[in-house]
Design a protein around this ligand. Structure first.
Ligand code: 16G
Length: 246
């Protein structure tokens, strides 16, 4: 229970600290759907804080839909609706496959689908000569009704000649062009959403997002995609399976 204990020397009121650490515990799976919290009085005692602090922290999470109070039965964890999406980093899959595997309905809202001269970044990442043509596919990616990521994918014009060839899934279009990525280099960085990204993801400017760049290579080792994605930091998390070197 120590990790939940608020510290008066740290910034933020005790109850916001407590509601934050409870949220984290739910997101990390330490507290799962259906788990009951200790009764408020016992929780307050165990944490060495007042009952008011505990009550306010719980009320905050009830408002956010992470906890529910059951008449006479106490406080239960209900991640309902705002469940985190876990992603296993070691599998090179598409957004469509990723969401389908989780029982959610993937969809996209197209922002832009064009064939243009590559920017220096794109040319560099795709190993093209400066200004060579690329297809640039800009979408807001939805999981069921929730905007999950804003994404700009660039593909060499030599791989996919006409932008209209891409309809729902980019990886399906690459597969059809015999260029589905089999290997990728990916970097992930913590960002704060700028106004544009925030608008597409329906979050507030400054909110946390995971910015991910993927450079995908096909079986012939050709760079076939350079994709920049901004995933919502509040509902999307990556899980990586690690093993010791042989
Ligand atoms: C994922 C990939 C992205 C890829 C897209 C294809 C990450 C960080 N990025 O969003 O690189 O282009 O899937 O998805 O996972 P699609 O086939 O559904 O269009």
């Amino acid at each position: 229970i120590d990790f939940l204990t608020p510290n008066p020397d740290k910034p933020g009121s005790l109850y916001t600290q407590l509601s934050r650490s409870l949220t984290q515990a739910i997101h990390e799976g330490l507290l799962e759907d259906g788990d009951y919290l200790l009764p408020q009085r016992e929780l307050a005692q165990a944490l060495g804080v007042s009952r008011v602090t505990v009550r306010k922290a719980i009320e905050t999470l009830v408002d956010e839909g992470l906890l529910r109070q059951r008449q006479g039965a106490g406080t239960v964890v209900t991640s309902g609706g705002k469940q985190s999406i876990h992603k296993n980093l070691s599998v090179l899959n598409s957004f469509t496959e990723d969401m389908t595997a989780r029982g959610m309905k993937p969809s996209s809202e197209w922002v832009n689908k064009v064939t243009v001269q590559s920017s220096p970044r794109e040319a560099m990442a795709l190993n093209l000569s400066p200004g060579a043509r690329v297809g640039r596919y800009t979408r807001v990616r939805y999981a069921s009704e929730t905007p999950m990521a804003y994404e700009i994918a660039s593909v060499p014009g030599t791989i996919i000649a006409r932008a209209e060839q891409v309809s729902d899934s980019l990886y399906d279009a690459l597969h059809a062009a015999n260029a589905r990525p089999v290997r990728a280099l990916q970097t992930m960085t913590a960002h704060n959403a700028d106004a544009e990204v925030a608008r597409y993801l329906k979050i507030a400017p400054g909110d946390a997002v995971l910015y991910i760049e993927r450079q995908g290579f096909d079986a012939g080792n050709r760079p076939v995609e350079f994709t920049r994605s901004w995933y919502r930091g509040d509902i999307y998390d990556f899980v990586t399976e690690l093993s010791a070197m042989p």
